[in-house]
Design a protein around this ligand. Structure first.
Ligand SMILES: Nc1ncnc2c1ncn2[C@@H]1O[C@H](COP(=O)(O)OP(=O)(O)OP(=O)(O)O)[C@@H](O)[C@H]1O
Ligand SMILES: [Mg+2]
Length: 233
């Protein structure tokens, strides 16, 4: 390929880890993929992964976690399985990508464990913090979007998709209310990182809002200011 046709990818020092959070059907996958498309068009090196998953081993663990044949799973066993999947994803896949300056978009991450296993299952918050830290090697998200929808809307969207519930989705309203309380607390405690958005807004409106926040963050991580983008004559 002639040198002139070589496309220069935009690199972010230390990479940028963006996560999408919220209960089932809140729009994580739709927004993660829209954002990835937009950033790819702008020549960022972008990788999208889902949690649990993203490596062969982590996908196998995902199958065990979500299998409705394992309704007997103890809360602590569930926690360790999620952290095992995350530890493998981080060390095998995400850490090298972030080191190379890529933008990594994660459909669920550490906040899911805090919300579901901490608030939902009521496991010890301090222990979950430690376990999350070990699994993600203390590389926490740079930006997080919490898409907030009522539980009833989650059920409506799932019904529209005519999809069977997995093991986690079999839980009842009280469980998801605790999870939502957890997410709200996470967002409240870390407003600089977590953007608590109304997931009932239209897909397009959310997409645009998310893009503006991400662009601002990427510009700041790359040391780009209005001045460097549009130098004065
Ligand atoms: N803002 C929105 N308004 C209306 N419908 C939406 C919105 N966002 C997503 N949806 C629809 O809701 C359904 C679930 O969206 P999506 O798969 O992105 O959710 P999710 O958070 O990834 O769910 P899960 O946790 O089950 O993977 C899809 O049919 C999608 O088109
Ligand atoms: Mg999804």
């Amino acid at each position: 390929m002639p040198a002139t046709e070589h496309t220069e990818m935009l690199s972010v020092p230390g990479g940028c880890l963006i996560t999408f959070e919220g209960i089932d059907g809140c729009g994580k996958s739709v927004q993660a993929s829209a954002l990835a498309n937009r950033l790819s068009r702008e020549k960022y090196a972008v990788e999208t992964v889902r949690e649990p998953g993203g490596t062969a081993l982590s996908e196998k663990i995902r199958d065990i976690i979500l299998d409705r044949g394992h309704m007997e799973m103890a809360p602590a066993a569930e926690l360790f399985l999620y952290e095992a999947a995350r530890a493998q994803l981080m060390s095998q896949h995400l850490a090298p990508l972030l080191d190379s300056g890529a933008v990594v978009i994660c459909d669920r991450f550490t906040d899911s464990t805090t919300a579901y296993q901490g608030y939902g299952r009521e496991l010890d918050a301090g222990f979950i913090r430690q376990a999350n830290g070990v699994a993600c090697r203390d590389r926490y998200p740079d930006i997080t979007f919490y898409l907030d929808i009522p539980w009833e809307e989650s059920l409506r969207r799932r019904a529209r998709e005519r999809r069977d519930a997995d093991r986690m989705e079999m839980e009842q309203k009280a469980f998801f209310q605790r999870v939502k309380t957890g997410y709200a607390a996470i967002a409240h405690a870390d407003p600089g990182r977590v953007n608590h958005l109304d997931g009932m807004r239209s897909i397009e409106e959310l997409e645009n809002k998310i893009y503006v926040i991400v662009r601002k963050k990427l510009d700041s991580l790359r040391g780009v200011t209005d001045e460097t983008e549009n130098p004065r004559p």
